[in-house]
Design a protein around this ligand. Structure first.
Ligand code: AMP
Ligand code: MG
Length: 345
């Protein structure tokens, strides 16, 4: 398959991409979180193409993207008051909510579940494309299953060239981490995946919000409610380990580990920050942003992981990031990328 790459601002680019979606094809598009791989969510055959292009396990459900709140009614069997309040505050934006689904949504889109995940993104290109494509666009992140999510059109092309019909280039994603997922189908809203919108922000709007136990315990004995969370995620090619503890001790330990690995002939990478990047004597050191600027850390995480894929490093050490606002989201992704390998110092 020949994959067309077009800039979103080009004349008729969004209309053309929408036409592809209406015909049952696949279009990657920018959102404010990460790039999505879109297909018509109400067409089971189209949704199946997403799983094939990504190599995604078929029980890992897709998020349905809409552009108007009214469109929720056709796919959600019940819209609880909490969801209305959250939508009013956070839509369009980086929040996904889980509802009981109507018959209109095929099981091929929900991974066989009776619930459907829905989000209204705020990126203007995404909103225009959803409208042009028929109003209901299933879209997981536009990466090969298991790899870091794409935050630029070039990342998408690296994984999807030849596998999808079109890539709409709308520049880099502003947030860089996937949406917060909240299950509103039960009595108390439950966070299934942390994101830019954190627990405190949600609680300000609807009162008590819980966090899925599988996220807190982070062990394999608790079954995650967001089925996708059980799979390998965000992983770079090299082995990644996180070193956690007081900053000075972390830098000392990473330097020691670099020395050890270099002696063994390995090429080592380091994920550092602006404040610490000069403190490493060897290795390929990449800064992820300033410690105080969590938004820049969130925005750069996946691109830094992908940059390491392009270098020859076989081992990466990352500092841990204490980022109170987005920390849960950032560390959740980093810990998964590292396959839960954490060295405490
Ligand atoms: P991504 O592929 O990165 O866009 O991830 C989509 C996420 O949404 C995955 O973690 C899915 O498991 C989760 N998800 C989608 N639909 C549902 C649902 N009905 N119930 C729970 N989680 C869902
Ligand atoms: Mg994904």
């Amino acid at each position: 398959m020949n994959t067309i790459l077009v800039k979103a601002e080009e004349k008729d680019a969004i209309l053309k991409a929408g036409e592809i979606l209406r015909r049952g094809g696949l279009t990657a598009f920018p959102t404010e979180t990460v790039y999505g791989l879109g297909a018509n969510a109400l067409d089971e055959k189209a949704a199946a193409k997403i799983y094939a292009a990504k190599g995604r396990p078929s029980d890992n459900p897709l998020i349905v993207h809409i552009a108007r709140f009214e469109d929720l009614e056709a796919i959600a069997a019940e819209i609880p008051e909490s969801a209305r309040l959250l939508a009013k505050r956070f839509w369009p934006g980086p929040l996904t909510m889980i509802f009981r689904k109507t018959e209109k949504v095929p099981y091929g889109t929900t991974g066989g579940l009776d619930t459907v995940a829905v989000r209204m993104p705020s990126h203007p290109v995404a909103l225009a494309l959803i409208e042009a494509g028929g109003g209901y666009i299933a879209a997981p992140s536009a990466n090969t299953s298991g790899k870091p999510s794409p935050t630029t059109a070039a990342h998408v092309a690296a994984d999807m060239d030849g596998r999808i019909d079109l890539i709409l280039d709308g520049g880099p994603s502003g947030i860089g981490l996937e949406s917060t997922i909240v299950d509103v189908s039960g009595p108390v809203p439950v966070i299934l995946r942390p994101g830019y919108i954190n627990q405190a922000m949600l609680e300000e709007v609807v009162g008590e919000v819980q966090i899925d136990q599988a996220l807190i315990r982070d062990d394999s004995t608790v079954r995650p409610k967001a089925p996708g969370m059980k799979y390998k995620h965000y992983a770079p090619k090299a082995d990644l380990k996180i070193v956690e503890g007081p900053q000075e001790a972390v830098v000392r330990e990473i330097n020691r580990l670099i020395g050890e690995k270099t002696l063994q002939g390995e090429k080592v990478g380091v994920i550092a920050t602006e404040e610490t990047k000069e403190l490493y004597q060897e290795g390929l050191v990449k800064s992820i942003g300033r410690r105080m600027d969590e938004e820049s850390i969130g925005r750069h995480l996946y691109s830094v992981l992908r940059e390491f894929d392009e270098s020859e490093v076989s081992q990466i050490y990352s500092e841990a990031f204490e980022t109170p606002k987005m920390g849960q989201a950032i560390m959740n992704r980093l810990v998964k990328a590292a396959g839960h390998q954490i060295i405490k110092v």
